[in-house]
Ligand binder design. Structure first.
Ligand code: KIV
Ligand code: NA
Length: 277
């Protein structure tokens, strides 16, 4: 058994081997991810779309995140558990932010939290770190900003936007964030950020030069039949496998070939005889 993955261990991987992260939202998913030797499990607010069928992540609440984080933690994975702070749980006040993050740690058994945004989130990030809650940053295409971005669009494409992103990344790293997700930005920008900051970058749609990669469980395993962005590589088509399996089950029930004798409980012959009489 390899050692439990910790926040300092992830930080120390900056100049080491690539870091892997996959989302999970319940105990069996966490078990599958952990068995694969993935370094970090992200209990993403993507639970709102992948599991709850909602159109975006804005409806994720702290209660929902606690519920799914606790389910993941139940499996006691070796992987580090990072849980997303949902929209509005870290925007209102510092006090509210610490209470919400504290609930993710205490009730959701999160070992670190992730939140979206750059320099404007610094007061909240500093307060969380002062409260001993490790923070992972998330810059670029930040899905909680869907309305202000005007949709899910690649970020940091022009010089000014790229410079802003680089400055945000530097500020988060200097504040003490232990790792930084870079989502939906050009490869060269991700490469420069990765070179310029002392903490690991974890890319999703940010090219191959990041210190690690993250993907959503449902995307990487083909559990969604929705359109997928081009940065997703599907390593399995689990939805198709599951549908075919259930078609077979349905056919067996119709044909009377399920359940068989060995799949059935039996009673003593006398009991059966007496019941019938
Ligand atoms: O919620 C999520 O799944 C995420 C990843 C896409 C980074 O934040
Ligand atoms: Na998220």
């Amino acid at each position: 058994m390899r050692d439990k993955v910790t926040v300092p261990a992830i930080k120390a991987r900056k100049h080491g081997t690539k870091i892997t992260m996959v989302t999970a939202y319940d105990a069996p998913m966490a078990h599958i991810v952990d068995q694969a030797g993935i370094d970090m499990i992200l209990v993403g607010d993507s639970v709102a779309t992948t599991v709850l069928g909602r159109p975006d992540t804005l409806s994720a609440t702290i209660e929902i995140m606690i519920h799914h984080s606790a389910a993941v933690a139940q499996d006691q994975p070796r992987a580090l558990i990072v849980t997303d702070m949902p929209w509005l749980s870290y925007h209102v006040s510092i006090e509210d932010t610490i209470r919400n993050a504290g609930r993710l740690v205490r009730e959701g058994k999160a070992e670190a939290i992730k939140l979206e945004g750059g320099r404007k989130r610094l007061p909240m990030i500093e307060a969380l770190l002062a409260a001993e809650i490790p923070v992972m940053g998330h810059l670029g295409l930040t899905p909680q900003s869907v309305h202000s971005m005007g949709g899910y669009k690649v970020q940091g494409k022009d010089l000014q936007a790229a410079q802003e992103l680089l400055d945000d990344a530097r500020a988060l790293a200097e504040a003490g964030v232990f790792a930084l997700v870079l989502e939906g930005i050009p490869d060269v920008l991700a490469q420069i950020i990765t070179q310029e900051i002392a903490i690991p970058t974890i890319g999703i749609g940010a090219g191959p030069r990041c210190d690690g990669q993250v993907l959503v469980f449902h995307d990487v395993l083909g559990l969604t039949t929705n359109h997928l962005p081009k940065f997703v590589r599907q390593y399995a088509q689990l939805a198709e496998i599951a549908t075919r399996a259930l078609q077979q089950y349905s056919a067996d029930v119709q044909a009377g070939t399920f359940p068989t004798d060995s799949e059935t409980y039996h009673t003593h012959t006398e009991v059966a005889r007496t019941l019938k009489s």
